[in-house]
Design a protein around this ligand. Structure first.
Ligand code: GAP
Length: 513
């Protein structure tokens, strides 16, 4: 089996080759950690966004959406704490002059320990065969337990040092673990320093009257500052939510791992305004609801796990990540944060305006607490794309590359293929395309032998191929080929739409939540 690095390289090259993701300004050698979505990528991204939006806004009576501006009054970021506290700890290697996130260096070290545990599990599974009990093995194997204790201990200490802003101890930890620069191999490190991640810019034409602005580092603040506007105009009653999708910008220190960590990215966030004191209950509920949303896409329960935060952000009283098994291991995909009344209270203080809710049941006003769900759209894209890319050995000894995207998210739902470029077959195929395109994206492909066209659509992620052949002219039937099973069925032309719709309809998928 290919190693993690090879798999990840394959993901990146496949994303380019099949029109999903290009490097930004590639003809100028690109821009680090900035990417463009191509003709297929933009459709996949749009479908993920829509899948989230329908689950959050359309299917919840008490959640509404907004689309706030990227530019916000600069005081927003003083109030939110981002000017003072939106920092990452950075460290430089004196020999390679490379800059790293100190916490990521330590986390990568722990990931290597976790990889050792995985290796032990694989070895044992082979040795014990069908009688292997993974849970029992993880709980009793001494070597695994030692690895686990070591990893947990390191993460605990890192969390504590970061929480206490003890950057000297973060450096001490890096030195004690003998972590070397991946580039130079040297352990010659500078001290750890804090680095603010916000991008600054200016508003206004003349230099003296220009106002310093930030590009928003999260979409959430656009929701907080509009809390009362939405509550009043929408006559919302607590508990209620405001959802938003949109761009966010962060000057990330470690800008690698493709679209996992970008400098310009998109978030899908929802702030749920609740009665103070009910935050624990809503925290648990939203953790469960969001996990169900992920699982509804059928990408394998074993690829998700919760990670409870040791180090809490400046605004949170509880926080957990939903982690996904990316090609480089389990990493954060979504955050669920209990943000207390921190943001609204801060905006009250800095703006001098009341941001309170009058609760008719309690007959009093209060600043609501907030439960946030926050997922990176690009990260979700990477999760879906990397999980779907498979190399399959076929019965005849050949292999095929197939992108098994959940059909509901696939850019094109069907490809219509005339078997030959003559005998009136292209005309019938084109007519079918003209009918189907009112309901979903369809592509028409007449180039090359049909087998090669199937492979091309497999690799592009198209769930269905519909082939028009000579029999179609006689009895109005076509062949539908299913991407995942490669099974083919002969169906009447007028059934094609219904067969495909049943499998790609969002309703069918969302009902699993
Ligand atoms: N409003 C809360 C917030 O922004 P966060 O954990 O900093 O919380 C939420 O970010 C999500 O945004 C993350 O779980 C991740 O999916 C995504 N995200 C954060 N930084 C990112 C980056 N540089 N590139 C891509 N996605 C990012």
């Amino acid at each position: 089996m290919a190693n993690q690095e090879d798999i990840f390289k394959k993901v990146i090259s496949h994303a380019k080759e099949y029109g999903y993701v290009f490097q930004s300004s590639e003809i100028y050698d690109g821009l680090s950690a900035v990417y463009d979505y191509a003709q297929n990528g933009v459709e996949l991204k749009k479908n993920i966004r829509e899948y989230w939006w329908q689950a959050m806004v359309q299917l919840n009576d008490n959640i509404v959406g907004i689309d706030a501006a990227i530019f916000m009054h600069p005081t927003t970021w003083k109030a939110s704490g981002h000017v003072d506290a939106f920092n990452d700890p950075l460290i430089d290697n004196k020999d390679s002059k490379k800059r790293y996130r100190a916490d990521v260096l330590v986390e990568d070290y722990v990931a290597k320990i976790e990889a050792k545990i995985d290796k032990e599990v694989t070895k044992a599974a082979k040795r014990f065969g069908d009688s292997f009990d993974k849970k029992q093995f993880l709980e009793t194997n001494q070597r695994v337990l030692d690895y686990q204790t070591k990893g947990d201990g390191i993460l605990k200490r890192l969390g504590k040092s970061l929480e206490n802003e003890d950057l000297a101890d973060v450096k001490a930890l890096i030195e004690e673990l003998e972590i070397a620069c991946p580039l130079s191999g040297s352990k010659n490190w500078t001290d750890v320093k804090q680095f603010n991640l916000m991008f600054g810019t200016k508003l206004g034409a003349s230099a003296d009257s220009a106002m310093d602005l930030y590009l928003r580092p999260e979409t959430a603040q656009g929701i907080f500052v509009n809390f009362l506007n939405v509550q009043k105009t929408g006559r919302m009653k607590i508990p209620f939510g405001i959802a938003q999708t949109g761009k966010a910008f962060r000057n990330e220190i470690v800008a690698r791992q493709f679209i996992f960590r970008m400098r310009e990215f998109e978030q899908m966030e929802m702030q749920y305004f609740i009665k103070p004191g009910t935050q624990q209950e809503w925290y648990e509920k939203w953790k469960e609801k969001r996990m169900k949303w992920h699982l509804s896409l059928g990408m394998g329960e074993e690829n998700y796990r919760f990670h409870d935060h040791e180090k809490l952000a400046h605004y949170a009283d509880a926080a957990a990540d939903i982690e996904f098994k990316f090609p480089f291991g389990f990493k954060e995909l979504e955050g669920i944060h209990s943000r207390t009344d921190f943001d609204l209270s801060q905006h009250e203080e800095f703006s001098g305006k009341k941001l309170q809710y009058f609760d008719p049941e309690e007959n009093k006003s209060y600043v609501p607490y907030v439960l946030e769900t926050s997922i990176g759209l690009d990260r979700m894209f990477l999760a879906v794309f990397s999980n779907s890319l498979k190399e399959e050995e076929l019965e005849n000894g050949t292999t095929r590359t197939v992108l098994k995207l959940p059909a509901v998210l696939a850019p094109a739902k069907a490809a219509v293929l005339p078997l030959l470029k003559r005998d009136g077959l292209p005309e019938v195929a084109q007519k079918l395309v003209d009918e189907l395109k009112w309901d979903f994206n369809v592509v028409y492909d007449e180039k090359d032998a049909v087998g090669r066209r199937y492979r091309r659509q497999d690799a592009a992620g198209t769930p269905f191929c519909v082939t028009v052949d000579h029999q179609t002219l006689e009895d109005n039937t076509v062949t539908i080929r299913h991407r995942d099973t490669m099974e083919q069925q002969r169906v009447a032309l007028d059934q094609v739409k219904a067969i495909i719709s049943k499998e790609v309809d969002m309703r069918y998928w969302l009902q699993r939540i």
